[in-house]
Each structure stands twice: as structure tokens, then as C-alpha cells.
Design a protein around this ligand. Sequence first.
Ligand SMILES: *Cc1c(COP(=O)(O)O)cnc(C)c1O
Length: 228
Amino acid sequence: MDIRFNFGEIQGRILRACERSARDPQEVRLVAVTKNVPATRVKEAMECGLRRFGENYVQEALPKIRALGPEAEWHFIGHLQSNKARHVVGNFRMVHTVDRLSLAKELDRRAPGPEPLEVLIQVNVSGEETKSGIPPESLPELVRELVRLPLIRVRGLMTMPPYFEDPEMSRPYFRLLRQWRDRLRGLIPPPHSVEELSMGMSGDFEVAIEEGATFIRIGTALFGPRLP
Ligand SMILES: *Cc1c(COP(=O)(O)O)cnc(C)c1O
């Protein structure tokens, strides 16, 4: 699969989704998801102009982070065990999947500073038991605790709706996340903020953009089907 061609197609689709929803395309940032993608392919993606990459597994990510150098910006998007937190700080710019206070405390404790680690809170908007993330009703309480940690900066929310064939089915979940974002905005003291919405993958990113996504996380539409 040709990354340059796929990237061009995706950019066109992002622009059209922004037009439909009267949004500024600058507000929508692409995270290229590189799980199971070897470093050589990630390098190709960089040659096509991609700079922001998402990884689900710390051990898989570290050699790629070293291989790609300082021009790449890394986002952690997988389930994070607290004992891996020390590998995440300093290597990743942002963690999209903070879903408990104990994890945030560990990230804060391990952060080298002075640059704070940016975090998003993962929200389980569907209530599916198999999904990570906190129930939306728990957001205000968790946010109040997180903003007290000095080396963490809360930046927004992330979600993964259930899988549907029809991307329109994801829309109510994306909308719910945006509504929670809007509700939390007033609760957050600077330097924290709740502006970012990480939502939308290869199958449903256009709907996510229409509903306000500021980070879309795209793997297969860019790199082709993942090899096991
Ligand atoms: C794998 C993954 C993606 C990308 O999925 P695609 O359908 O390949 O675009 C996005 N977000 C998370 C959290 C993932 O694990």
C-alpha cells in the first residue's frame, strides 16, 4: 500500500469533512497509528510529511522512537500499566488513555520535567464492560484530582465507541464526548484545559470530525491492513 497516496486521500477526506461542518482543518490533527508497522515504514511516512505517531505498546514503541529521532512526535494510545509509566514519560508527548488516578500519579511521579506530560482522559461512552475508560459521570471528580498533579497537563478527552459497520452509528458516542468536553471546560483551572477530543479511526474519522474531533487516530487507512 502506498502511504503517500493514502495520506493524500485521507487529507482530502479531512478537508471535505471540515467543509461540511464549517470547521478549520488546522484544528484536526492526524495521529498515524503505527502498531505492527515496522520502523522502516514509519520512516517512509515521515518522508511523506507525517510527524505525529501513535503507539499502543511501550515495548514495541521504544525502538521506533529511537530510530525515528527528535522530529517525530509520539502519542501513547494503548492501555497503560502503571509499571510502564516510567518508559512513557520523556518518550511520549501525550498519553491519550489516562483512565485512573493511580496511573496519573505514577506518570506525574516519573515525569522528568520541566516539560509537563500532556494527558487525555479515556472515557467509556458506551458503557461496554470490555472497554477501557471511565464512565462519563466520573469525569468531574477525576479531573479535580488530576489538575493537582504538577507535572501533568490535562488537555482533553479520548474515546473509542463500539465497532460498527456503519460509521453513522458512532455519531451519538462522539457527540456525547463533545458534550462532556463542553461541560468540563468551565471546571478546569489553567494551565490545564479540556479542548482536545481524540476520537475517530480509519472507519469513522469523518463522522468524528463532524462531531468535533481534534485528534483522529488512523492506522489501516494509511498503512494498509495490519499483519498479525
Ligand atoms: C489501532 C488503533 C487505532 C487505529 O485503528 P485503525 O482502524 O487501523 O485506523 C486507533 N486508536 C486506537 C486506540 C487503536 O488501538
